[in-house]
Design a protein around this ligand. Sequence first.
Ligand SMILES: Nc1nc2c(ncn2[C@@H]2O[C@H](COP(=O)(O)OP(=O)(O)OP(=O)(O)O)[C@@H](O)[C@H]2O)c(=O)[nH]1
Ligand SMILES: [Mg+2]
Length: 197
Amino acid sequence: MIIDHLTQSIQLKICYFGPALSGKTTSIKALFNHFGIEERVLCIESSVNRTLFFDYGTITFENQKWLLKLHLYSTTGQDFYIITRPTTLKALDGMIFVIDSQEDAYYRNLTSWYELYNYFEDELINLPKVFAFNKQDLFDLFEPSLFLENINYFKLNNLLINNTIAIEGEGILNCFEDLLSLIFNNLNKTPLATLPT
Ligand SMILES: Nc1nc2c(ncn2[C@@H]2O[C@H](COP(=O)(O)OP(=O)(O)OP(=O)(O)O)[C@@H](O)[C@H]2O)c(=O)[nH]1
Ligand SMILES: [Mg+2]
């Protein structure tokens, strides 16, 4: 997060993370589509629409005093490009973890979650995050509670959970708003600077 009092701007970095083909790119596109700025997402994709490095776009909000600029990324789910993922995750303010809710993707979600733990270690506990149980329009889905219990979600702080259907844009805005509320609530609790006594 960059808070610049001179230009009265706040910049945040948010990332969509999750296993291969869970719907990260579809989710970020649906969000930009909601704001009518779909053309502002840069998707670096292979010829078969798989994310090569990351997707990236910015969304800005402004009131009379402050400018809020959000930098949104989604990582590639392809393990071939795994080297790009830690870079994309650097200096993150919040994350939307896009879960592929199909039964046969269950373990890929777990692997992806533990990969995150490797990057962040205990920082992941307090990082503002939203779980998006995506592809709710399909059949043969696993129970979200099964996944949550498996990762000991009760040990996590700053977590909100939603169901999404990214191809229809359903739940996408909820996830985004939930994440922003977590980031800003968290900011209230964290002193930005300690003054000498
Ligand atoms: N049925 C259904 N399909 C979805 C949904 N969200 C995404 N998909 C499909 O899942 C496939 C993968 O979606 P992407 O958004 O490219 O997934 P990704 O996570 O960005 O994939 P990588 O970047 O390659 O890891 C595409 O065919 C999407 O149309 C959903 O909510 N329901
Ligand atoms: Mg993608």
